[in-house]
Design a protein around this ligand. Structure first.
Ligand code: NAD
Length: 474
């Protein structure tokens, strides 16, 4: 059994099987579910470890993050396979995500050596001012299942880089990647209590973290509903918090778009990673002259997409993550038909292995008022919305409660420029899929998608440090 890491010790607990969504007969491993008391012990350990770690030498922190990066990258095939096996994204996507995690640790190993502040003259003669950044304290990290190693990496790496101690609670569906990552960091030489792992149920372990008076900050990625709980609990406790939540990301295709580029962007945005990306595009907003050609070419791709075992080399689209998510996807597919849109694909393939397989579903003739165009489905389901012109496309793109990523396919510099300035989203993509981001630049959204400072790159310091302004009379 794989235990939780509390105060530098691996601790056993109720063993929960981790099942492969490509083949439910395959148990990836058994992982200990932590109790609320375990979570409280982990928080106490992180609190005890904070004074020494926050004052630790830069080279010590640099070396640990660097060592972790090296091991992650050296084991990318094995870790990528584990990820694909427990989450269901394809092996290539699993390896790609693992490499991303390695790059993130490498980036923050460098950031340790670039910690800086400012000195300014005071408006009052004879006084000097220093603006410095200090760690926030004990940080809770709660992550979703859809990026089992990259999201933990982009929270853990900056947290440790800036001198915080951590209690990390991964999603219950993907403990394997989380455990492997924490094992690497533990062996890289982190002092006891600096990084604690508590696997298990959100309603038990996560809730114990929300209820704790000893967490100084909480970084959360997941659904809007859980995000609201994190926000309310944090406000009550004067705790710093950051939320990355859902999306209903639009991709606009204009008449002057390169058709091949537009179809590739749509296929990737809507269906790769089985549509289970917060940056996935589920609203394809298409102007009228290109509409029919676009729908025809994309439908062909949808119907010929190879759905199968995440580990099979030919698979383009792996299974849905679990039974509950599959039922949700199927409910929305039924709803889209009731709402009057025409369905291409969206059936369950008849495969030998017992897994949560679903063909990509493309709705044609949708409008932006339909529930399939307003609510996050989080599966391989997208709706094509036909519009008259660019102005209507932009208005429809922005007509959503979310604002994470927004894309446009066009060869017009004028429209691309206008869209970049006017899309109400944290990230804008031109002739690129709405998903697929770099690790050294800010990541995050607006409106109902996000709350608080951006993640990733140097912007991560906004959340994982607190600023101090010191005045000295010389
Ligand atoms: P979820 O909200 O169900 O779970 C997220 C995490 O919260 C899990 O670790 C879960 O155990 C925990 N949790 C659940 N109940 C809790 C509680 N009462 N107290 C504390 N923690 C609790 O989300 P999910 O289904 O794992 O992930 C899918 C969602 O994540 C989608 O909405 C997706 O858009 C979003 N997501 C957003 C981003 C982003 O950066 N914006 C990235 C990836 C995923």
């Amino acid at each position: 059994m794989h235990g939780n890491l509390i105060d530098g010790e691996w601790v056993e607990g109720d063993a929960t099987p981790n099942v492969n969504p490509s083949d439910t007969r395959d148990v990836v491993g058994h992982y200990a579910s932590a109790s609320a008391a375990d979570a409280e012990r982990a928080i106490a350990a992180a609190k005890a470890a904070f004074p020494a770690w926050s004052r630790s030498g830069l080279l010590e922190r640099h070396a640990i993050l660097r060592k972790a990066a090296d091991e992650i990258l050296a084991r990318k095939e094995e870790l990528g396979r584990l990820l694909a096996r427990e989450e269901g994204k394809t092996l290539a996507e699993g390896i790609g995500e693992t490499v991303r995690a390695g790059q993130i640790f490498d980036f923050f190993a460098g950031e340790v050596l670039r910690l800086s502040g400012e000195t300014l003259a005071s408006v009052r003669p004879g006084i000097g001012i220093e603006v410095t950044r200090e760690p926030v304290g004990v940080v809770g990290l709660i992550t979703p299942w859809n990026f089992p190693v990259a999201i933990p990496a982009w929270k853990i790496a900056p947290a440790l880089c800036y001198g915080n101690t951590v209690v990390f609670k991964p999603a219950e569906l993907v403990p394997g990647s989380a455990w492997a990552l924490v094992d690497i960091l533990h062996r890289a030489g982190l002092p006891r209590g600096v990084l604690n792992l508590v696997m298990g149920k959100g309603s038990v372990v996560g809730q114990a973290m929300l209820d704790s008076p000893d967490l100084d900050a909480l970084s959360f990625t997941g659904s809007v509903g859980t995000g609201r709980r994190v926000a309310l609990a944090s406000i009550e406790r004067n705790r710093k918090f950051q939320l990355e939540m859902g999306g209903k990301n639009p991709m606009v295709v204009l008449d002057d778009a390169d058709l091949d580029v537009a179809v590739e962007c749509a296929m990737n945005s809507a269906f790769y990673s089985t549509g289970q990306r917060c940056t996935a595009s589920s609203r394809l907003i298409v102007t009228q002259a290109i509409h029919d050609r676009f729908v025809e070419a994309l439908s062909e791709r949808v119907l010929s997409a190879k759905v199968g075992d995440a580990l099979d080399p030919g698979t383009q689209i792996g299974p849905v993550v679990d039974e509950r998510q599959l039922a949700q996807d199927l409910d929305y597919i039924a709803l889209g038909r009731e709402e009057g849109a025409d369905l291409v694909g969206g059936t369950r393939p008849n495969l030998e292995k017992p897994g949560f397989y679903l063909r990509p579903a493309l709705f044609v003739g949708a409008d932006n008022g339909m529930r399939i165009a307003r609510e996050e489905i989080f599966g391989p389901v997208a709706a094509v919305i036909r519009v008259k012109n660019y102005e209507e496309a932009l208005a429809v793109a922005n007509d959503t409660e979310f604002g994470l990523s927004s894309g446009i396919c066009t060869t017009s510099l004028k429209h691309a420029t206008h869209f970049k300035r006017n899309a109400q989203a944290g990230m804008v993509m031109v002739n690129l899929p709405t998903a697929g981001v770099d690790f050294h630049v800010p990541f995050g959204g607006r409106k109902g998608s996000s709350f608080g400072p951006r993640e990733q790159g140097r912007y991560a310091a906004e959340f994982f440090t607190t600023v101090k302004t010191a005045y000295t009379l010389a």
